[in-house]
Design a protein around this ligand. Structure first.
Ligand code: ATP
Length: 244
């Protein structure tokens, strides 16, 4: 797909009260691309996604400087529900599905406010990507395996028909085979035209999926560039890929 104007983050500073979680971050995801964000625990990866999705204030955080734009217009200051309507949807860390609701109900929740015809198309796409969600449509989400819950969390986000998907640690805690399946799905979702901003602890997987990558260290971008270049860099190999 052609690379059009996507997500543009400029000079972003975020605070949680006195804690400076992001300190002047520049990052972009061209339309149609996959970009990855790597970094240790506490580096600010989740905070970055929250700043884009408009959910910072639910965590007592705020943007204190800089801008976030999507498709050429500003997202910072836009309430979370309106960010979703603009086509930007976050899949939170820890596959937070509604455990007591069924799979079908979880998917419907992701389509709240989406016109019926579009929701039906989105549902077809989701069940096509994740046939197991159709098999388990009437089961409580809390009874699914970890990998299935991650599929449901991604499926629920896709129900809103996003043009940019924000993925927070989608393979965390999953067995290698399941993690590889999730990676394949991310590739498929992107091939269908959805841009992806991927936060991952699994650096090898993230660098294999992404075109561009960013390494965050204590709230700042320490390294960035084509994912292949980062994968080849001694520093990244030593610190994030555990080789060399
Ligand atoms: P992890 O992989 O552990 O989630 P992360 O890279 O996503 O790490 P963030 O969760 O964004 O990092 O946290 C960045 C910094 O902001 C950390 O110092 C963290 O302690 C702090 N922080 C995050 N959420 C809050 C909050 N609600 N209130 C105060 N400080 C917070």
């Amino acid at each position: 797909p052609e690379k059009t104007v996507g997500l543009e983050i400029r000079g972003l500073e975020v605070r949680y009260g006195p804690v400076r979680a992001l300190r002047g971050v520049h990052l972009s995801v061209p339309g149609g691309a996959v970009a990855a964000v790597l970094g240790a625990n506490g580096a600010g990866k989740t905070t970055l996604l929250r700043a884009v999705s408009g959910t910072l204030r639910f965590h007592r955080g705020a943007i204190t400087s800089g801008t976030v734009a999507f498709g050429g217009s500003r997202l910072d200051g836009v309430p979370a529900a309106a960010v979703v309507r603009r086509g930007v949807v976050q899949v939170p860390e820890g596959r937070r599905v509604f455990a007591r609701m069924t799979v079908a109900e979880n998917l419907r929740a992701g389509a709240l406010g989406v016109p019926g015809r579009l929701a039906a198309t989105a549902r077809e796409r989701v069940l096509d990507l994740f046939p197991v969600l159709a098999e388990r449509a009437h089961q409580r989400a809390g009874l699914l395996s970890g990998g299935e819950q991650q599929m449901l969390a991604i499926g629920r986000a896709l129900m809103a028909g996003p043009s940019l998907l924000l993925l927070d640690e989608p393979t965390l805690g999953l067995a290698p085979l399941m993690a590889a399946r999730i990676a394949d799905t991310v590739r498929q979702i992107n091939a269908q035209g959805t841009s992806v901003l991927l936060v991952e602890q699994n650096a090898a997987m993230a660098l294999a999926l992404a075109e561009r990558a960013y390494v965050l260290e204590v709230g700042e971008v320490a390294l960035s560039g084509p994912a292949a270049d980062l994968a080849a860099s001694d520093e990244v190999r030593r610190r994030y890929l555990g080789v060399g």
